[in-house]
Ligand binder design. Structure first.
Ligand code: BDR
Length: 318
């Protein structure tokens, strides 16, 4: 049986690649893509998602509009890295229009799809966690019907990429991240900012990967040009840890959800999110001393099989 996924995205460049990786896997079935505000405004996220599906000839996959703003935080986007439109600011005049969207809202769609496939659906969340937080408010049994949850977000060493100590997806909606880490008691795997930085792809691999003579490679090359430039700038090199390549953050969570053998090392620990600190609002809290008395622990990803990961990336552009 194929692995059933729902992707909750804010299609940006790395979400786009994550979607392409999932589409390329023959053992994966995407039951729906739910969209959330994040890297850019919701309308762009929806357009970008449809555009990626069109590039891959998979407009048959339903795309649902979700939350357009965080629960309480002020809206913010990540245009510096992903471009104002979220996809590298290289518009395509032939991109599909919003009339292709499903009428049903993302949160209701998630709840319904999971109810129809109890215990079988893996949810991959690579956006701010607003849709997931609203889903558990509407249906408290939603998390326990999931097979697993994979998140890109949070941090382990107080290293920020948006605030001093905050990673974008958690800072963009800290209350939602808090609710999700508190109430999603299904097996939960987290690809944090530091982890993804350490797993950055060497530029030599990126050259070879994007040099594939395919339409998908040409598309990815076009949409990543801006973020590659940004990733190679001196400022950005200070932000990341290894400083030796391209960090396609969301793709790690996606690849791990697709292939159970990808994670080679993880740490099981209860996690939460700081909601009040002047400098630390949105930072992930790791409760090694078990002072929070949480029963549920998340798997914090530490290492993956890089060769397998690179092969998945190569396949995604074929
Ligand atoms: C996360 O923030 C976004 O800009 C990326 O798409 C990724 O989900 C990294 O902090």
């Amino acid at each position: 049986m194929k692995k059933k996924l729902i992707l909750d995205v804010d299609t940006g460049v790395d979400d786009a690649l994550g979607i392409m990786v999932a589409l390329a896997d023959p053992n994966t079935e995407i039951l729906g893509i739910t969209c959330c505000h994040g890297n850019t405004m919701l309308e762009n996220v929806l357009k970008n998602t449809l555009r990626v599906l069109k590039e891959c000839n998979r407009l048959d996959i339903p795309v649902y509009p979700g939350c357009s703003c965080p629960l309480l935080a002020r809206k913010q986007y990540a245009g510096d890295f992903h471009g104002k439109d979220g996809l590298g600011d290289v518009p395509d005049p032939n991109a599909p229009g919003l009339e292709l969207l499903q009428k049903k809202k993302a949160v209701q769609a998630m709840i319904d799809i999971v109810k129809e496939n109890p215990g079988e659906v893996t949810l991959v969340a690579t956006a701010p966690l607003t849709n997931l937080a609203v889903a558990v408010q509407l249906d408290p049994y939603f998390p326990q019907r999931l097979k697993a949850l994979y998140i890109m977000g949070g941090n382990t060493e107080s290293r920020g990429n948006t605030t001093v100590c905050g990673e974008f997806n958690f800072v963009a909606d800290p209350e939602a991240a808090y609710i999700v880490l508190d109430r999603y008691t299904c097996p939960t795997y987290i690809a944090t900012w530091e982890f993804t930085c350490r797993m950055s792809l060497p530029w030599s691999f990126c050259d070879q990967w994007l040099a594939q003579d395919t339409e998908k490679a040409a598309f990815l090359k076009k949409i990543t040009a801006l973020s590659f430039k940004r990733a190679q700038s001196k400022d950005y090199q200070k932000e990341i840890i290894a400083g030796k390549g391209f960090n396609s953050c969301d793709t790690y969570a996606m690849a791990a959800a697709i292939d159970d053998t990808l994670i080679t090392e993880s740490e099981e620990v209860a996690v939460s999110v700081e909601l009040e600190g002047t400098y630390t609002r949105g930072m992930m809290v790791l409760d090694y001393m078990e002072l929070l008395k949480k029963k549920h622990k998340a798997f914090i990803m530490k290492k993956i099989d890089s060769e397998k990961f690179k092969q998945m990336l190569m396949n995604s552009l074929k």
